[in-house]
Design a protein around this ligand. Structure first.
Ligand code: 13P
Length: 259
């Protein structure tokens, strides 16, 4: 298996950090650190909090910074009486390109199910944005040898009713829950093997050709010191970075890792 045909994608998930004023400063510093060549070889994505989306959109567009904008969540209905929620057309209007769905924090803290993730995936694609579909196992599931079954179930749930050509456009992020924010990343070998398993599930659903087109990121304690090793694995097409993406120096080092 080779990943040469798949364009790497490195995304920063800022979670609930930074006001819009802080966010502008971080984006400006990051864009100062990145070079044209960096964007040529990698899709660079930033997913700030909702209150920073408009600010970051205008900063990126005014200064012609080729970082793509991502959102951390979406609701599946287009409009209506859903207090506190934000719809896909609202995000699309802000030139949001990517939407993270099914992050383990949303699943664990806010009770999101595979069925909800599936509805969100459809809403995101309807408005021509790209879902970043997160899957990952808990430490207990891992220790019980249930990782493959858990991931296969999450993938099948998220992609239910999605046709092959639409699936090919999606990004999947493998984020083992025990590695998120813990400083304990999966080894490159482990992440690569597990991501190979996720691609095998996608191949069962859609065939080899489509499965080979779907980009799969690794997420969980990605740092400047482990990115090169992770990206050297042919199964791994990029990273979804939490903590280290908050620091522009670290995030820039991750984006322009030593190839
Ligand atoms: P950390 O990089 O902080 O472990 O977070 C990973 C993550 O959840 C990205 O979505």
């Amino acid at each position: 298996m080779t990943s040469t045909a798949r364009r790497p994608i490195i995304a920063g998930n800022w979670k609930m950090h930074y006001t819009h004023l802080e966010a502008i400063q971080v984006v400006q510093k990051l864009s100062y650190l990145l070079r044209k060549d960096d964007y040529e070889v990698t899709d660079v994505v930033l997913c700030p909090s909702l209150t920073s989306l408009r600010t970051i959109q205008t900063t990126l567009e005014a200064d012609k910074i080729p970082i793509e904008l991502g959102a951390q969540n979406v609701f599946w209905e287009e409009s209506g009486a859903f207090t506190g929620e934000v719809s896909a057309p609202m995000l699309a209007k802000l030139n949001v390109h990517y939407v993270i769905i099914g992050h383990s924090e949303r699943r664990q803290i806010f009770g999101e199910t595979d069925e909800m993730v599936n509805k969100k995936l459809k809403a995101v694609q309807k408005f021509l944005m790209t879902p970043i579909v997160c899957v990952g196992e808990t430490l207990e599931e891992r220790e019980a040898g249930e990782t493959a079954a858990r991931l296969s179930g999450q993938v099948r749930g998220a992609f239910a009713g999605i046709k092959a050509d639409a699936a090919a456009e999606c990004v999947v992020a493998y984020e083992p829950i025990w590695a998120i924010g813990t400083g304990r990343n999966a080894t490159a070998e482990d992440a690569g093997t597990t991501i190979g398993g996720i691609r095998a599930t996608l191949a069962e659903l859609y065939g080899e050709t489509t499965a080979e087109q779907i980009r799969i990121q690794y997420g969980g304690s990605v740092k400047p010191g482990n990115i090169a090793e992770l990206m050297a694995r042919p199964e791994i097409d990029g990273a979804l970075v939490g903590g280290a993406s908050l620091d522009p120096d670290d995030f820039a080092k991750i984006i322009c890792f030593e190839r």
